[in-house]
Design a protein around this ligand. Sequence first.
Ligand code: GDP
Length: 138
Amino acid sequence: MERTLSILKPDITRRNLTGAVNEKIEKNGLRIIAQKRLHLSLEEAQKFYAVHKERSFFNDLCSFMSSGPVVVQVLESDNAIEHYRKVMGATNPANADEGTLRHEFAESIEANSVHGSDSLENAAKEIAFFFSEIEMVG
Ligand code: GDP
């Protein structure tokens, strides 16, 4: 079993779609073993996305991620990191395959509904950023 960090972004909470996304996550065989709703400050978003700080869209991304509530989750399944990336679809919803979360829900390349860790190392760091071991119940 593997764990990955998922975030339902502010475009999802604004449109009241948390349950709709969670239904798809569960139907795809991922178990939500931890979950909470937070409103990140700009500073917290900047800390979470520090790996992207050299990218041109860093400031816009951090403003968007702190613009409203998010739902942070730990998902568990076999091969959860790669599996959830497939369930999410391409970063730009215009390129996301039918059936993926971003194809169905994303508004734009920035407001693209979901985040998922991209490696084992980042998953461990990102999970520890939001959750302690006692909050994860498989
Ligand atoms: P991901 O792993 O598919 O989420 O994509 P990246 O790691 O490349 O980018 C992180 C996040 O930054 C994306 O999920 C988007 O929310 C945002 N993002 C990516 N590319 C762009 C862009 O060209 N412009 C803007 N404004 N945001 C972007």
